[in-house]
Design a protein around this ligand. Sequence first.
Ligand code: MLT
Length: 242
Amino acid sequence: MSLRVALSPAGLDPGTLDRQAVLMIDVFRASTTIVTALANGARAVIPVADKGEAGRLAATLDRDMSVMAGERGGQQLAGFALGNSPRSFTPEVVRGRTVVLTTTNGTAALVKARGAERLAVGALANATAATAFLAQALDDGLDVTLLCAGWEGHVVLEDTLCAGLFVDRLASHPRATPTDDGARIASSLYRGAQADLARVLFVADHSKRLIEVGAGDDLSDCARIDVSDVLPVLRDSRIVAA
Ligand code: MLT
């Protein structure tokens, strides 16, 4: 068994996914958004890689029972009912509906990891539920990869910190020895920041981008730890609450 951190999707080994449990992490904001949508009653979230696929999928769904959410560069896509702000996925909007979601990084990472034996979504918001998913996978003899969505292929502070939190929370698990530099980097970064995690998160590049596009209010929401016990898992190409 191994415990790896792919600091960006480039670090995911697609050739061994069938023996892996993958936790996709996109703190700002897709992971937090998906946890929030399911916690607020969404039936499912369907991650799609691009706008065209989102449109084609929407055409097959009941308009009253689905909602389209799209973001690029931190901003809502034209023609989509929602962007990628967790605040927008209220019970009134998502309860009982299927959310079709396409974002710059998080949904692309999910699509890349779709072949995993097990695939779940982790954030600070559902840290305990996500840690339990990882521990169970290790108990069951699977290799574990924490997949950081990053930003346009680059490593980002917030996802790496969150991955480090999971590595740290698994420290007492007998099979959770960090296996690669990604896990060691993430764990060290988190241990150095944990005393004031929110302050460190707020200096991240993407924090500045979100503030610039008027989504600065999302930062505090995404920085909250364990506000939900929802574990989003992929089943038949849809993400549902476990
Ligand atoms: C994401 O995938 O979460 C987006 O790229 C970032 C955002 O929504 O601002």
